[in-house]
Each structure stands twice: as structure tokens, then as C-alpha cells.
Write a protein that binds this ligand. Structure first.
Ligand code: HEM
Length: 441
């Protein structure tokens, strides 16, 4: 599929949308519907324009495989630079090919089993403490509560920082940097998201630079210390700048994605009490207040619920790439230099591959149905290929550790007709931040 076949290539259909802003509003306000409309109108391959760039949009699991497997190194992740380089430059996800492989290998040690167990040990007491402080019977904006918690956990496990005023400053800086990536005005003007993002990035850089000498000297079990200690086979290590860039990127990559996943799980468990009871029974059966790494695979139904939440609302809805060579996909020619996008969201909700795709049905992941196995690139919330999420086990561990403790402490219900609408202005988050009341068991 990637070689240039002889014969005339098919013309790629598409349109530029509105003057100047193109289809940006579709991405910001109705991504879920817009991508299906595009497919009905143009099919698997089309072009469009948004956020100041023209892209070729490839839809469906075959397209995901073509782009993510990236045989022949046709596509570069540097495409992300267009959206987030000013804020997350030289993060692992933005590096390519040999350089990416070198950095990824060096970083991998910080995500191995022993490291994960050490992070979990730090996180469990913090989760307990935070849940104990949540008020019962009053309306909580659950997304905000979880976001504050995962930030504290990130600060603790990654940066070795206890929560407090510093963590709150970092929280604000993160929010600003992440939101800046989808600002419509992409220039450093007063009161823009862009300006706030740049200021946020500076806060984060100053924080990590100031901490570096101490971390290099003292060591420790957090991610920051592990990156300082990491050595390649030839003894090479990350530079100070590498570490600052990786820390800012990883904290960002871990934070909203896990929060969104957990929020969606809590939403669905609030709407489907029978699933909430089923998960609670499994958590009780473990006989432990807090989870250990060995417990994770034992919570099978929780795994299905997590997979289903990630299917119905993938925290990273689409993945951009830049073609670095001319190539061809299903008879369409993709010229070098062009931006290419695949849609996780589309693939996760297409009725051609999933039964009743809008229904919450975690057992679709259980044997013998295993709908996700119908194609190796059908369920791809963590991406795939060389850039597949490095933190996916960390994410699973964190989400399960929090949910396990919540199930043992609280019960929550949401009206059946309540629909949690998504705000797509950065990653998809609930517009109303998911208001709910926790009850004592
Ligand atoms: C459930 C939550 C998460 C989701 C849905 C998610 C999703 C993703 C996706 C889709 C990518 C691939 C991007 C691409 O191919 O362009 C990615 C990459 C990455 N993620 Fe995650 N992520 C999650 C949690 C985490 C966590 C908790 C961490 C860190 C602890 C993390 C660290 C990373 C890193 C370092 C990369 C870049 C990998 C590379 O380029 O080699 N992620 N993530």
C-alpha cells in the first residue's frame, strides 16, 4: 500500500471549510459528529483544513495500521509540532526515528515493573488521604476533583513533590499549556490562550531547572530521579534540557489523559449501577483497601470498563503525522510534506466494526466476543507502533488504584437520562465537569 503504484492516483476529495478558520469549529465543538459526517461525504480518504493547516484525513483501522506501523518510515511525529511544539518541544512524542528510539530506550527504565511498584507505593496513601477529604452528599464537580488528585499524584510520583501551594501553581501552568495547543489565535497576543500557555511553560521550566541539581545529587525513586540516573549502553545520559523537556511532556501526557479516562468510567458506573456493584464486589473480594501491582489483572471487569470508557471517549481523539516521503494509500497519493491525520474517535465508534457502538457494553471486550480483536488497529486509545503510549501501564495502574478505593468507600448514582456532553476545546472533558454526589456505603 505504501509504494507508489503505477497508474493515475485517485484525486483526494475534500473542502477547505470556512475562510481562515477552515473546519476548526467542527474540531472544537462537534468533533464526534463531524468525523462521521466526513466519512459519509468523502469516504476513507479526504482532505480538510483546521488550525491553520491542511491535512489529509485517513479513516478506519486499515488507515491506522498504515500510518502507525509506519513501514518504511513514511510519517514523522514532528507533525505534533504544529500544535504543541511551543509548549511541549522535544517531548518524546515529538521526536522521530533514530533520535526517538534513543530517547525512548533510555526512558523505558522509568516505566518498568519495579519503577511502577515504587510509584504506586507513593500514590496509595495520597489517594486514601484525598478520598477521605471529599465531602459526602454535596454536589462535587468530579472531573475537577480527579484532576486535582491526579496532579498531586503526578507531582508525588514523577517529581517527588508533596502537594500544596507549589502543586496548585503547577496545576494552573499545566492547564494553560495544554489549552494553548488548540487556541484559534496562534500568536503571542495579550489575553490569548497562546500567551497564557507560554507563561505556563515558563513556570514549569523554572520549576524543573531549579530542582535539577538536587535531583541529580540526591537520587530517589521518582521519575525525575530515574531520568537523571538513566544511562545508555555506552554510558550516555540525558542532558539537563532533555530532562526538563521530558518531565514537562510526561506530566502533561499522564495528567489529563488519566483524569479523562477515570471521569468517563465514573460517569458510566453512575449510570449503570449493576456494573458499579459488579466492580465493587470484585474489589471487595481482593480483601485489601489499596491495590498492589499484582492485583491489576485480577480486576477483569474493571479492565473491560476501562477499555469501554477509552473506546467511547478516547482522550486523544486523533493523531497527526507529517509525510516525509511520497507514498500511496488505497490508490490515493500522499505527497511528502503533507500533514496526515488519523481519527481514533472515528475508528472507536464506527458501526461497521462495533456492535451498537454508542452503547456502554464492557463485555464486548470479554471472550468470546472480543470485538476489539476484529482488527489489530481497531481499538487504539494508546496509539500503536513506535510511539505507542509509554505510560499505558502507569495509566492503568493509577486509574484502577483510584477507582478501587472509591468503590470501597462511596456509592454514586446518575439519572439514566443524564448525558455527559464533551468539551473538545483541548482534550475532551465533560462540559459540566460531571457534577455528582458521593454517598457513604
Ligand atoms: C489512559 C491514559 C492515556 C492515554 C489514553 C494515552 C494516550 C497516548 C497516545 C494516543 C499516545 C501516542 C501519540 C502518537 O502516536 O502520536 C501516547 C504517547 C505517550 N504517552 Fe500516553 N496516554 C495515557 C497515559 C499516559 C501516562 C499515564 C503517561 C506517563 C506516565 C503517558 C506517557 C506517554 C508518552 C511518554 C508518550 C510518547 C511515546 C512515544 O512517542 O514514544 N501516557 N499516549
Amino acid at each position: 500500500m505504501n509504494a507508489i503504484a503505477s497508474g493515475r492516483p485517485r484525486e483526494i476529495p475534500g473542502d477547505a471549510g470556512w475562510p481562515l478558520i477552515g473546519q476548526s469549529l467542527d474540531y472544537l465543538f462537534r468533533l464526534d459528529r463531524a468525523v462521521h459526517e466526513r466519512y459519509r461525504r468523502y469516504g476513507e480518504v479526504s482532505w480538510g483544513q483546521a488550525f491553520g493547516t491542511r491535512s489529509i484525513i485517513l479513516l478506519g483501522p486499515d488507515a491506522n495500521q498504515f500510518v502507525l506501523q509506519n513501514r518504511g518510515e513514511l510519517f514523522a511525529n514532528a507533525a505534533w509540532e504544529h500544535f504543541i511544539a511551543r509548549f511541549f518541544h522535544r517531548g518524546l512524542m515529538l521526536l522521530d526515528f533514530d533520535e526517538h528510539r534513543w530517547h525512548r530506550r533510555l526512558m523505558q527504565g522509568a516505566f518498568q515493573r519495579e519503577a511502577l511498584a515504587a510509584y504506586l507505593e507513593r500514590m496509595n496513601p495520597r489517594i486514601e488521604q484525598t478520598l477521605a477529604s471529599w465531602p459526602l452528599g454535596v454536589r462535587l464537580r468530579m472531573f475537577e476533583q480527579l484532576k486535582a488528585l491526579t496532579l498531586d499524584l503526578g507531582a508525588e510520583a514523577f517529581a517527588g513533590q508533596p502537594p500544596g501551594a507549589q502543586a496548585q501553581r503547577l496545576n494552573r501552568a499545566f492547564l494553560a499549556t495544554v489549552r494553548a495547543a488548540t487556541g484559534l489565535i496562534r500568536a503571542d497576543w495579550p489575553l490569548t490562550r497562546w500567551r497564557r500557555g507560554l507563561l505556563g511553560r515558563r513556570v514549569l521550566e523554572d520549576f524543573f531547572r531549579a530542582e535539577l541539581p538536587r535531583k541529580r545529587a540526591d537520587g530517589g525513586g521518582d521519575l525525575f530521579a530515574r531520568l537523571c540516573q538513566a544511562r545508555a549502553e555506552d554510558g550516555a545520559a540525558f542532558s539537563d534540557e532533555d530532562i526538563v523537556n521530558h518531565m514537562i511532556f510526561v506530566l502533561m501526557a499522564a495528567h489529563d489523559t488519566s483524569t479523562i479516562t477515570l471521569t468517563n468510567m465514573i460517569y458510566w458506573l453512575g449510570k449503570c449501577p449493576e456494573w458499579q456493584e459488579r466492580l465493587r464486589a470484585a474489589s471487595r473480594a481482593l480483601g485489601r483497601q489499596t491495590l498492589s501491582l499484582d492485583d491489576l489483572p485480577r480486576l477483569e471487569a474493571m479492565t473491560w470498563v476501562m477499555k469501554e470508557a477509552l473506546r467511547l471517549c478516547a482522550p486523544v481523539p486523533g493523531l497527526p503525522r507529517r509525510a516525509v516521503r511520497d507514498c500511496e494509500y488505497k490508490g490515493f497519493r500522499i505527497p511528502a510534506g503533507h500533514m496526515v491525520q488519523i481519527s481514533v474517535w472515528f475508528t472507536h465508534t464506527t458501526p461497521e466494526w462495533w456492535s451498537a457502538p454508542q452503547r456502554f457494553d464492557p463485555e464486548r471486550f470479554a471472550e468470546p466476543r472480543a470485538e476489539d480483536r476484529r482488527h489489530p488497529f481497531l481499538w487504539i486509545p494508546f496509539g500503536g507502533g513506535a510511539h505507542k503510549c509509554l505510560g499505558l501501564h502507569f495509566g492503568e495502574m493509577e486509574v484502577k488504584a483510584i477507582l478501587h478505593q472509591m468503590l470501597l468507600r462511596f456509592r454514586w448514582r446518575l439519572p439514566e437520562d443524564y448525558l455527559m456532553r464533551q468539551d473538545f476545546t483541548s482534550l475532551p472533558i465533560p462540559r459540566d465537569r460531571l457534577p455528582l454526589r458521593l454517598e457513604r456505603l
